[in-house]
Write a protein of this length. Structure first.
Length: 339
């Protein structure tokens, strides 16, 4: 694999704004309660967090769309929210970012997924989840399919962000994979274990190590285990490629008929891994839309993930932040006497 140089990276990133992608999946609202801790509760041995401010971000599949927009691309979100204050806030947040919400369906029979994180002195103390996980019904599936297929001629590809909250169901995903690939476009999927059988014949899936191990029913104890596992995932799910994200070990890319490639992590600091998978799938999809080969797309996605894990809370990467991160990595390498 040829490592990216700065000139090539900059050229590719400047092409991102010209692309248009759909994001399908489980949207959610990420709520942050920021405060400070200076005492322990007399009622129980737990810290008392004095809340100073509240912030909200688009989360889940909506954060994938936010990442696309932060790179200047056009994003269309497809999912379901409740008829509630959280759903309205999420709608407003997405529209303010310039994301098309025509595929975001309001379902009065379910609540919007909300993840509330309470932070004391920038340290996450607890997370509270409010969610509906039952599969969406035929009417909602049809609404998503009809709108997505009308839009398909204008799209470069489809990103599926599955958080197992009920949007990604077989009757919805199977025709999307078939129709989108038949149109000569890609479907890339950030998976959840319970839905692995639904992802067959997608262009790419991006499981983390734990998900890959669980899907195969075995533990990866050595590098050879990882290589065998990636090959087995390709065969089992009939995808064109598998990208196993491996935390501090970087990521490993497996393509049909090609030698596996492992890309070392590009994180300089890790403060919060929230949303890193969203950034990886968004950046990889944009790179594919720009005509990148998969190893090149994986390198850019790896750099973008290195940006967001250095930020507390749900975050996005941008062309400028990725270039800055690339420069910092190479400055550190040079300071350490590395090539």
């Amino acid at each position: 694999m040829q490592p990216l140089n700065r000139a090539r990276l900059k050229k590719l990133l400047t092409q991102f704004p010209g692309h248009r992608l759909a994001v399908l999946g489980d949207v959610m609202l990420d709520e942050y309660l920021w405060g400070k801790v200076d005492r322990i509760s007399p009622e129980a041995p737990v810290p008392v967090v004095q809340i100073k401010r509240e912030t909200w971000r688009a989360g889940g599949a909506a954060n994938v769309a936010s990442n696309l927009r932060s790179f200047g691309a056009r994003a269309h979100i497809f999912g379901v929210v409740g008829d509630d204050p959280a759903g309205r806030r999420l709608h407003e947040t997405l529209r303010a970012e310039g994301i098309d919400t025509g595929g975001l369906i309001v379902d009065s029979g379910r609540g919007t997924t909300v993840k509330t994180r309470i932070l004391g002195s920038n340290q996450q103390m607890v997370r509270i989840d409010r969610e509906s996980t039952e599969g969406i019904d035929y009417e909602r599936q049809k609404g998503i399919l009809d709108h997505l297929f009308r839009l398909l001629p204008e799209l470069d590809g489809v990103i599926v962000s599955d958080y197992a909250k009920g949007v990604v169901v077989g009757d919805l995903l199977a025709p999307i994979i078939e129709r989108v690939k038949k149109a000569g476009k890609f479907v890339v999927i950030d998976p959840k274990l319970k839905n692995f059988p639904l992802y067959k014949r997608a262009t790419l899936i991006t499981p983390n190590t734990r998900e890959a191990e669980a899907a195969l029913g075995r533990v990866f104890e050595t590098e050879a285990d990882v290589l065998r596992g990636g090959a087995d995932l390709l065969e089992q799910f009939k995808t064109d490629a598998v990208l196993v994200t491996r935390g501090e070990h970087g990521m490993s890319l497996f393509e049909k008929g090609k030698t596996p490639v492992t890309i070392p992590t590009q994180a300089l600091e890790v403060f919060d891994v929230t949303g890193a998978g969203d950034t990886v799938i968004a950046t990889f999809g944009l790179a594919l839309a720009g005509g990148c080969a998969m190893p090149e797309a994986a390198q850019i996605a790896n750099l973008a993930a290195g940006v967001v894990v250095g930020i507390v809370g749900t975050a996005t990467a941008s062309a400028d932040s990725v270039l800055e991160h690339f420069d910092r990595i190479h400055l550190r390498h040079d300071a350490n006497g590395q090539n």
